[in-house]
Design a protein around this ligand. Structure first.
Ligand code: KG4
Ligand code: ZN
Length: 337
């Protein structure tokens, strides 16, 4: 069996696959309640909790699946990007097991795992455009194979999920901010406040969300008691979704690839899904979203990609280090497909 471990942030995920590539069992431990009072993730708390819960969670996973460590033939873990302390817990645990059990180790890139998570539910033809929108990253990729992601554009400052979380914090809403803002937005009028759409018309495929966040901060101060929180949430959500969708439409028009996969925590957003669907129909491309449980961090997506690597016998040396920041090369715009 293949054991997959995900500890890039505040979720501890473990998953077990058989060697035909089928998911056998998975478990997820969420630390959201622990970080909620701080309005965001506290890295030191996150890594300490990872250390505490990972081993019992793996034991539980094996017990519930009726398996023992002897059944493990390969072990995988997320190497990055993410919170370095949290990553080190999962990767060191996996490497130690690899050494003691004498089985290969496979390191998985977190962003790739998000983008390819769609394959656990649907087949998508290569090449496709992958929009990754999470709490730590916002990037647009060209995917030509399971081991080939080229960066088309990325955020110059805050990630989309980070903007949701920061705006929620300044409105006194709980962490994670995305679902909280989205819920309030249902009752709001998105046109009540006029909010900026950063980089919407720029020629490149980059994003920027920190200006929008600062605009909200000034608006909150200016409006004071008179602030209509529901309207602001609706307007903010609409502005973020519009930029994400229109930049992806721009990539579709530039490259002519009529398949778009949207992944990562923010892909759970209902309005983003509706807006993408509408624009996809208008422009003539197909859009694919993983189910909401697969959008946020989990080990199933790690196991899926690790299995693909295992099939190619692409093992990772134990000397491979964890990395906090994404490591993708920007694709040259004149490069042919
Ligand atoms: O992918 P993920 O679980 O973790 C990272 O790798 O960062 O993404 C978490 C992010 C958080 O910023 C959270 O606010 C956002 O995803 N999120 C949402 C929604 N659900 C989660 N943002 C907007 N709308 C949602 N429904
Ligand atoms: Zn993630």
């Amino acid at each position: 069996m293949l054991l997959a471990i995900e500890t890039s942030c505040d979720e501890t995920g473990v998953a077990l696959f058989n060697l035909e590539g089928r998911l056998v069992h998975s478990l997820l431990y969420s630390q959201v309640a622990l970080h909620s009072p701080f309005g965001g993730i506290v890295p030191e708390i996150a890594s300490r909790k990872q250390l505490e819960v990972l081993h019992p969670l793996v034991k539980k996973l094996l017990a519930e699946a009726g398996a023992t460590p002897k059944d493990l033939k390969v072990i995988s873990a997320t190497l990055g990007p993410g919170l370095i302390g949290s990553l080190l817990v999962g990767a060191t645990y996996a490497k130690t097991l690899s050494l003691t059990l004498g089985i290969p180790f496979i390191g998985v890139d977190h962003l790739s795992a998000h983008v390819f998570s769609i394959f656990l539910e649907k087949e998508v033809e290569f090449p496709f455009l992958g929009l990754l929108v999470s709490g730590g990253h916002t990037a647009l990729f060209l995917a030509t194979d399971f081991d080939r992601l080229e960066l088309l554009g990325h955020t110059r400052d805050d990630a989309a999920g980070e903007a949701f979380d920061k705006v929620a914090k300044l409105l006194g809403l709980p962490y994670p901010g995305g679902p909280a803002i989205s819920k309030l937005a249902e009752k709001g009028d998105p046109d009540y406040y006029e909010l900026p759409r950063p980089l919407l018309t720029s020629q490149d495929l980059d994003f920027s969300f920190s200006g929008l966040k600062t605009f909200v901060l000034h608006l909150v101060k200016k409006e004071g008691e008179g602030l209509k929180v529901e309207h602001l949430c609706a307007g903010f959500e609409r502005a973020v979704c519009e930029v994400l969708v229109e930049k992806t439409v721009k990539a579709f028009k530039k490259l002519g690839i009529p398949r778009v996969v949207v992944a990562g925590g923010v892909a759970a957003n209902k309005r983003l899904r509706e807006f993408f669907q509408k624009r996809a129909e208008e422009e003539g491309f197909s859009v694919y979203f993983p189910s909401t449980e697969l959008c946020t961090d989990n080990a199933v997506m790690v196991g899926f990609l690790a299995y693909k690597k295992w099939e190619r016998k692409e093992f990772t040396p134990l000397s491979a280090e964890c990395y906090a920041r994404a490591m993708y090369k920007l694709r040259a715009s004149n490069q042919a497909l």
